[in-house]
Design a protein. Structure first.
Length: 429
């Protein structure tokens, strides 16, 4: 993603407060020069408060959050999740790990009630990458030591997860990674079958229902079903990564629901946090989970399944049930996608190549990489946050919360139209 200096400040954009300058300096001295420079390019603000679909900066401005990398399906600080976390902090935030811990058990029950049938076992961790690591270790416990992943797939940046994150930019500095990893084309069952045929029953296939960081790549109908059928035919273990696509993001509880696919292992995270406490999980069938079930110390983490994180996860599931978040995501996503397509229509064939999406995961693909950075900065300057895509540099990604109200949606579409107009002029110039 190419970034130019931010647009000139308008009267609606007050000067950055001293606190922001201090934070940039602290980043420069203690966190990293690259992140500090990015902070300056983005305007130098520090985010200090949030609620619903909004983030507040230290200079008094507020930003409509259509980014957040898929975390905020319930928005920021949903009151019910915050209340559950506060209650847990006041009673028992971290466990001794000697006794049984009831909040984790209840959260596992609640989550399993909404996973595809048979995925009854839940292993809580702290991040999506940790969920991927747990799945890869579980696959090895079953002798599946050949990993098949898809090009442009993204599954995390810890060493094992990075091995199946098909992007040389992130992989090359840390090679050698895990051995015997094969990349196949996404949405290409024939390529997958060829890879499976060469590896018989040693294979573990890792795939996303929609590639998020890959640029919101949506496969043709039936693809996931074909992947599952091939895995059964060749005796391969199937891991479906729903860390970004799950928890209602696609307008269904899980991306696999659209084709009634039941994987051996399903990964979740991001939205599971309720936007309050980081938490992720690996869910699995009894057969797949058996090695971890037999030996609870085979794969552990000090902070995994902490009471405070599980309180957030449990509250998130309950809120999604009571507020019918999945149905709202489907309806709202359709409205946003239609609105974005209408706004982008004048630029199709030139600046914009395609607008695509499912539920509340929407991508705008541009003809030139430069346009993504320019539009991102134009949107920020006008008070709206969006994301780029790590594995597809020409795609701007939208992951709005399901709590967006009509006025905020109108604001977003108006802002997008203005930012596209300015970006088209800047890129052309």
């Amino acid at each position: 993603m190419t970034l130019s200096p931010p647009p000139a400040r308008t009267e609606a954009q007050p000067a950055r407060a001293t606190a922001g300058t201090d934070v940039v300096d602290l980043y420069l001295r203690h966190i990293g020069s690259g992140r500090a420079v990015m902070g300056r390019v983005m305007g130098g603000m520090a985010e200090v408060r949030s609620e619903g679909a909004w983030i507040h900066a230290d200079d008094g401005r507020r930003f409509l959050d259509f980014g957040g990398y898929g975390v905020f399906i319930l928005g920021h600080r949903h009151p019910a999740v915050v209340e559950a976390v506060h209650r847990q902090i006041d009673t028992h935030p971290l466990a001794s790990r000697v006794f049984l811990e009831p909040v984790a058990a209840r959260a596992a029950e609640a989550l399993a009630a909404h996973t595809p049938p048979g995925l009854d076992y839940v292993h809580f961790v702290n991040s999506g990458a940790e969920a991927t690591e747990a799945a890869l270790k579980l696959a090895r416990a079953h002798g599946r030591n050949c990993l098949i992943t898809t090009r442009k797939g993204f599954h995390g940046k810890t060493l094992g997860a990075l091995s199946v994150t098909a992007n040389a930019t992130y992989q090359t500095p840390f090679e050698p990674l895990l051995p015997d990893v094969v990349q196949v084309e996404y949405d290409d069952p024939a390529d997958l079958e060829q890879a499976l045929a060469a590896r018989c029953d040693r294979a573990c296939v890792v795939v996303e229902p929609v590639q998020g960081e890959g640029g919101v790549r949506i496969p043709r109908p039936g693809y996931l079903g074909q992947v599952a059928a091939l895995c059964r035919a060749y005796g391969a273990l199937l891991v479906v990564d729903e860390i970004q696509t799950g928890m209602g993001r696609l307008g269904t509880w899980w991306g696999v629901d659209a084709e009634d696919v039941r994987p051996d292992i399903l990964l979740t995270g991001k939205g599971l946090s309720g936007g309050v406490v980081p938490v992720a999980a690996m869910t699995a069938t009894a057969q797949a989970y058996a090695p971890f079930s037999r030996d609870p110390y085979l794969h552990t983490s000090t902070f995994g399944a902490s009471p405070i994180a599980c309180a957030a996860a449990l509250a998130t599931v309950r809120v999604m049930e009571s507020e019918d978040t999945v149905a709202r995501a489907a309806a709202l996503g359709g409205r946003i996608l239609a609105g974005v397509r209408a706004v982008c229509a004048p630029y199709e064939g030139g600046l914009v190549r395609e607008v695509r999406g499912r539920g509340l995961l929407i991508g705008i693909e541009f003809a030139r990489e430069q346009a993504v950075g320019e539009l991102l900065l134009e949107m920020i300057a006008r008070g709206v946050l969006v994301n780029h895509s790590l594995n597809s540099t020409r795609v701007l990604r939208l992951t709005p919360p399901a709590v967006v109200e009509d006025a905020a949606l109108d604001l977003f579409l108006t802002t997008l139209a203005e930012a596209l107009r300015s970006t088209a002029a800047r890129v052309a110039g």
